[in-house]
Write a protein that binds this ligand. Structure first.
Ligand code: MTE
Ligand code: MO
Length: 254
């Protein structure tokens, strides 16, 4: 990992801009103000929120950050341990990695990047780290505030070198989830791969060893138990593994 040529900030910004240009340039045949789920009648609401967020809000506006005294209790929901053998589709690999304190865990960064690679927890921790105290909003109606620490997705993508054709960043987890975000949200300064919560190593129920924190969208977009991060040119709803089949919006900005 260390031997890799680190992409310059300028190169990263240029390729990021090229990627965003595909989304945002008016008059471009690639749809700008419509989410990639446009055309699906069940997803009509997405078009409105996506259009509003992508055209009315200033580029990359930050979500509110809180102070330490605002930190609240935080329930863990959904999958609480992908390696739990009582789960129907439990992951033996996850159980093994957990047993080894995640020393052998690697995040695979793939797809439309110049330098695909495997990143250990140590590799991710070697990047500049970012802390943020934010409010999580679950679609079930509860919210909670915690401090998250990690590396920006942007920094990791800079290291891997996003190809100009990359427009989406897709995530895959040990509990079988697959989901994607557009390059605009991926490069957002508060979009991080979090390895710590409230000053401690990320607990297993909250997504150890590394989860996404996507502060610009609703809770289910912050994928826990990350295994792969894949840059693609084309939108993918990930079929049965994706959230759309559950009736959940692909884009759910807050
Ligand atoms: N891999 C994975 N990611 C996930 C989930 C899950 O079950 N599996 N649940 C989602 C939902 S609905 C929410 S609200 C948050 C919950 O995070 P928490 O368990 O840390 O509260 O994670 C999201 N990410
Ligand atoms: Mo949720």
């Amino acid at each position: 990992m260390e031997k890799k040529r680190i992409i310059t900030r300028r190169e990263a910004i240029m390729s990021g801009l090229a990627a965003m240009g595909g989304l945002l340039l008016p008059g471009c045949t690639r749809v700008g103000q419509l989410p990639p789920t446009y055309g699906n009648i069940l997803r009509m609401g997405d078009a409105l929120t996506y259009a509003a967020h992508r055209s009315l809000l200033p580029g990359q506006s930050l979500v509110r950050e809180y102070s330490h005294r605002d930190i609240s209790s935080f329930p863990a929901t959904g999958t609480l341990n992908p390696g739990d053998s009582s789960r129907p589709n439990h992951s033996e690999l996850y159980a093994k990695l957990h047993h080894g304190d995640f020393r052998d865990w690697r995040l695979s960064v793939e797809g439309a990047v110049a330098r695909p690679g495997l990143y250990s927890l140590e590799d991710l921790m070697r990047f500049p780290s970012k802390k943020q105290i934010t409010r999580h909003t679950c679609e079930e109606g509860w919210t909670a505030i915690a401090e998250w620490q990690g590396v920006t997705v942007r920094r990791v993508l800079e290291s891997a070198g996003i190809l100009p054709s990359g427009r989406y960043v897709n995530f895959f987890s040990f509990d079988g989830w697959a989901d994607g975000i557009d390059m605009f949200d991926a490069l957002h300064p508060q979009t991080i791969l979090a390895y710590a919560m409230n000053g401690k190593q990320l607990p297993v129920p909250h997504g150890a060893p590394v989860r996404l924190r996507l502060e610009t969208q609703i809770g289910y977009k912050s994928m826990k138990y990350l295994q792969r991060m894949v840059v693609t040119e084309k939108f993918d709803d990930h079929g049965d593994a994706g959230s759309i089949k559950l009736g959940w919006s692909w884009y759910n900005g807050i």
